[in-house]
Each structure stands twice: as structure tokens, then as C-alpha cells.
Design a protein around this ligand. Structure first.
Ligand SMILES: Cc1ncc(COP(=O)(O)O)c(C=O)c1O
Length: 381
């Protein structure tokens, strides 16, 4: 009989899969969510079992606005929050509402590989813009804008997936100016903003929703648990009307009212704050351990910038190395990673690889670094 599948990820126990960019089972907050659910279900209010308000439950948006206001250097208004079924679902809805098949959108090179899949589902034409160590190169965007404005620009401004880089503040301001001047929406995927391990990140692009068409995406997947399928969009009034007036919500009501009810309790009881603090402390230790293990063991020809936040280390190999080919050799040694080409909008980045430090504890990360170093030493290309 076929095995009954529950989780998306099913890894053989003897493999160390650095491609897994999600929390390890030990970090999934079962106890906290039991407490939050008991609190919500112990209440006589059954409103979250009805079709929900289109924009998301008002009490939930209120506590979420306060939570974000505590972490962002700006006030967050509940009217500017729209509840989603996670950032992926939010992105899909943005594509539905702001683009038509065949439209051109701008993305970063590299970009989040599964966002590229969503854009492909919508038949969008992808134009990739280069990045350097300060994030998206805004001059390259200006050059493209001289020809045409995109349906939208998709960026991961803070602790980027896969590069972990953060867009410099001056560039953020220029990007916002360009969006106003050329009238194109910025879709800012800010799901890693709160996972900062040293200095706080620059203000989120969400800070600009009043003055420019920015749509900021957030997610409980990264700060609580991915199985909740819950996130939010932060946007100004005009864009908000597009979301709340769409056919999906007219039929089904607001997204995930029940889970929103449980998360409302989790925020009110201080449990989200607790989980976020725990995740940051564990990920920080894991990030340091993997970075050190890689610095010690990898040859000098492999480069990376130690991340200040997020979940990833982006390795750059010598030009002649094709990481997709090297992956076959890695699998023999029971270690895995995501080859750079997956993150490219133009079939490039062949000499890069993404590792995540989210899924394994420190001894496993060190063992994985050891295996990877052996693969690299032996791999002749
Ligand atoms: C940049 C980025 N956006 C979105 C997601 C998916 O978020 P969600 O689980 O909220 O759909 C991820 C998850 O890896 C991500 O890295």
C-alpha cells in the first residue's frame, strides 16, 4: 500500500538536504498553537466560522497592525492590511488582478524560484534585472523603463531569497520615485523582514504605501508555521479596493477566517512574539554554525556573503562549475542543495547554489558542510 503523505517535504533520514528552506520539525510551535486554539475555541464567539469579512477579520487585523507597528519603524493601520492564505496565494491573487497573460513583469536576477513558477502559471513574460551586493541595480531598472513600464516589478528587498542581500536605503528611495514617475506597482515580498539577526533591516517598502503603488507581502510561514497558510498584504486604499472587490472574495468571503481567529489569540497572548524570538535565536546560531563550517572547509574559489537575516547562504563557484551537474555527485554523498539555475529568469546562474540553514540543527549542518566540501574537492566538472 502506498504510504500516506502528510507534509510536502519527505526526506530520507540519511540525507542532508540544504535545499530545504523551511523550519525543522522541532521548530513547529505545536504547544503555542494548542494554547492559542484553546483560547479561541473556548470563547463563545463563533463569528470566525461564518464566511469572513472580505479584507480579513477586523479584530485580527487590528492586533496584526499593532504587532507590525511594534516591529516596523512606522505606524501600521488595520485598513491597509488584507489577509491572505500566505504570500504565495497573495502573489497569485496579485497576478490575477494586476496582469493579463502575455504582460511583462520585472524581477530580480536571481529571484525566488517558486514565484517564477506562479508567474509562469499566469503566462507572464519575465524580464530579469541584475543585482549587486546592495540589491537590485536601480540604474538597470531605469534603462528598462526607458522602453516600457512593467505590469509590476517583483522584488524581495530584505534578506533576499536566495541571495540574502538587502536593498540599500538610497536605492529603496529611488525605486519608489521611479514607481511613482512611471506608474507601475512594486510587489515587495517582505516575508523575511522580521528575521534579522544583527542590526535591524532598513524600513520596509511597506513604509511607502501612501505615496506610491507598493504592495507589501508578509507571511506567518516565516514567523510562526508554514502549515497555517496565513499571511497579509499591506497596501494603500486604491490598491486595497482592487483586492477586497475581487470575485474570489465575493464568492468565498475573506481568506482563512478560522486560522485568523487562532492567530488573533496567538498575538494577544504574546505567543507570536515568543515564537519569533525563538526562531531568531535558533536561526542565528544555525547561520553562524553553517557559515563558519563553510569558511573552514570550502576551497577559496567558492564565495559567499554571510547573511544578516533570512534563511539562506548563496554560494558562488568558479565560472566553469555547473552546479546542476554537481548536484548528481552531491546526491551520491547524500547531501543536496538547490542549483542556481532554478533562481534565474534567463537560464543563467549555473555557477551558484542555494543552501538553507533553517531545517537542520548545528551538528547536521556541520556534517552537511563536510559532505559538501568533499563533493566540491572531488568534482572535476
Ligand atoms: C521570498 C518568498 N516569498 C514567499 C514564500 C512563500 O511564502 P508562503 O508560505 O507564505 O506562501 C517564500 C517561502 O520560501 C519565500 O522565500
Amino acid at each position: 500500500m502506498a504510504e500516506i503523505q502528510t507534509a510536502q517535504l519527505n526526506l530520507p533520514p540519511d540525507v542532508i538536504e540544504f535545499g530545504a528552506g523551511q523550519p525543522s520539525p522541532s521548530l513547529l510551535p505545536l504547544k503555542l498553537l494548542r494554547e492559542a486554539a484553546e483560547n479561541r475555541l473556548g470563547n463563545d464567539d463563533a463569528s470566525y466560522l461564518a464566511y469572513g469579512a472580505e479584507q480579513g477579520d477586523g479584530f485580527f487585523r487590528e492586533v496584526l497592525a499593532n504587532f507590525l507597528g511594534d516591529h516596523y519603524p512606522i505606524r501600521v493601520e488595520l485598513d491597509n492590511l488584507f489577509i491572505t492564505g500566505g504570500a504565495s496565494q497573495g502573489l497569485d491573487l496579485i497576478c490575477t488582478l494586476l496582469s493579463r497573460p502575455g504582460d511583462t513583469i520585472f524581477v530580480e536576477e536571481p529571484s525566488y524560484f517558486l514565484a517564477l513558477r506562479i508567474f509562469a502559471d499566469h503566462g507572464l513574460n519575465i524580464v530579469s534585472l541584475p543585482m549587486d551586493e546592495r540589491g537590485l541595480i536601480v540604474e538597470a531598472l531605469e534603462q528598462k523603463l526607458a522602453h516600457r513600464a512593467p505590469a509590476f516589478l517583483y522584488t524581495i528587498p530584505t534578506f533576499h531569497n536566495p541571495s540574502s542581500l538587502t536593498l540599500a536605503e538610497a536605492r529603496r528611495n529611488r525605486l519608489v520615485q521611479l514607481s511613482r514617475q512611471h506608474n507601475f506597482p512594486i510587489v515587495a515580498d517582505e516575508v523575511y523582514h522580521l528575521l534579522a539577526y544583527s542590526a535591524a533591516a532598513p524600513p520596509p517598502l511597506a513604509s511607502h504605501i501612501e505615496s506610491c503603488p507598493v504592495i507589501s507581502l508578509g507571511s506567518f510561514s516565516k514567523i510562526m508555521a508554514p502549515g497555517l497558510r496565513l499571511g497579509w498584504i499591506q497596501a494603500g486604499a486604491a490598491l486595497m479596493e482592487r483586492f477586497t472587490g475581487c470575485g474570489l472574495l465575493d464568492s468565498g468571503g475573506g481568506l482563512n477566517p478560522f486560522t485568523s481567529g487562532v492567530m488573533r489569540s496567538a498575538i494577544e497572548l504574546g505567543l507570536l512574539e515568543k515564537q519569533l524570538a525563538n526562531l531568531k535565536s535558533v536561526y542565528r546560531q544555525r547561520k553562524i554554525a553553517l557559515s563558519n563550517a563553510l569558511k573552514e572547509r570550502l576551497p577559496d574559489s567558492v564565495h559567499f556573503v554571510e547573511p544578516d537575516g533570512g534563511l539562506f547562504i548563496w554560494l558562488e563557484f568558479a565560472d566553469r562549475i555547473d552546479t546542476e551537474k554537481m548536484l548528481a555527485a552531491a546526491q551520491q554523498r547524500k547531501v543536496g542543495f538547490l542549483p542556481g539555475i532554478k533562481f534565474s529568469g534567463q537560464n543563467g546562474l549555473n555557477n551558484y547554489a542555494r543552501l538553507s540553514f533553517a531545517y537542520y540543527d548545528v551538528p547536521k549542518l556541520e556534517e552537511g558542510a563536510e559532505r559538501l566540501a568533499a563533493v566540491i574537492r572531488e568534482y572535476k566538472g
